[in-house]
Design a binder for this molecule. Sequence first.
Ligand code: ATP
Ligand code: MN
Length: 463
Amino acid sequence: MEKISVKAARQATAIGHNVLVQGWIRTRRDSKGGFSFLEVNDGSCLANLQIVAEGSLPNYESEVKHLVAGCSVAIEGEVKASGGKGQVTEVLAKSLKVLGMADPETYPLQKKQHSLEKLREWAHLRPRTNTFGAVTRVRNCVSRSIHNFFQEDGFLYIHTPIITASDCEGAGAMFRVTTLDLPKLAAAGPPVKNELDFFGKPAYLTVSGQLEGEIFACSLGKIYTFGPTFRAENSNTSRHLSEFWMVEPEMAFYELTDNMDLAERFLKRIFKDALEQCPEDMAFFNEHYDKTTLETLQKIIATDFRRLPYTEAVEILEKSGEKFEFPVKWGIDLQSEHERYLTEKHFQVPVILYDYPRTLKPFYMRANDDNKTVRAMDVLVPKVGEIIGGSQREERLDVLTQRMQDQHLKPEDYWWYLDLRRFGTVPHAGFGLGLERAVQFLTGMANIRDVIPFPRTPGSAEF
Ligand code: ATP
Ligand code: MN
């Protein structure tokens, strides 16, 4: 007896094998001939395995005929060729053991379709649905693909800290990490004695591993980090989470163009792997969520991304004749509506915008000679908008120190970061890809909360 997954049992090569299959019932259909068809899924693939349970099974009347969606079972039997449509195999059960029943009166996932919003309330059960099974497998595929891409290219995987004492970018709002007794503090009144906190000073959850990533790039060449990041922004959009996963490569001896080349090659690889390795799941998304998904992805893999300076993008937007909610002029931070216009309507391919106004960007981005812009780049894709943000980093000590002062940051707080420029400084660059934005783009899921197992958003951290 060979223990086998639903995926393996569905292959023609399994025919004739005696197997043990374990999973959850999706449906039961009783035949007039006194036997039943069971559809079993175990998460190994989108499709179910058909089980034929004959009336001669000792527990046929007592158990099999009571099986409903959600029950867990272990089936021993022989894989046979199936005459049914949609499958080449089925399993003729020799024994069927019920591991756990599921009361149809109270089990939430009944046959009828539930809205994605409703399913979010059942994050402990939604992985049992077709949609979340497919999302989970695609997300896994992307994660593996990310590691493969960098590992094959000689990048080192670096684990940067999750707790940090520096407000890295001066950018995103941060979650504070503390062991101070808050009620006691409140009772004692101000000032807060930070020196009594766990680390002897305020500490936070990281918004990015970049600054620490730069340390390793500036010693070991090409590195990447891949881990959770946290943003305490109150942005309740379909593209923002308070906790998300970010991949951040950082490369010594790379300039902005090298950075763009890498980002483009990287995205294409991830998309190609998903199409090749999850064809069934991707076809499902194409059919049920967005009929243009497969076509768009194939086109993107085959075409060059459009590269364009911010200044030219603003000109295009100004001349577009579109009615934008936020009016466009040079110097504004582009909104999602502007990004999407460029990539969806104007160019209809992914766009890499670069050379942004320096007032919009953090201190570490390399200043251009025009005194106005920095070597930043954002990769924009249809439907999602920004999927990658990156830059060439400022490697000149004097310029970097000046930029910090301009942004009211204390250079002494970043002494170790400045040391990288003091001792053997090199041109370097990097970027960050939000894993969930990538999965969102691939699957066509409209809301980012549906591509992470347990979404954290303002006011919501259930499970
Ligand atoms: P946005 O403008 O979309 O809010 P950002 O410019 O603040 O993003 P970066 O700091 O450049 O984001 O982060 C790099 C990447 O991380 C983004 O391109 C995006 O893919 C992802 N990302 C950023 N913030 C979030 C978030 N709150 N939830 C999910 N992904 C995010
Ligand atoms: Mn960005």
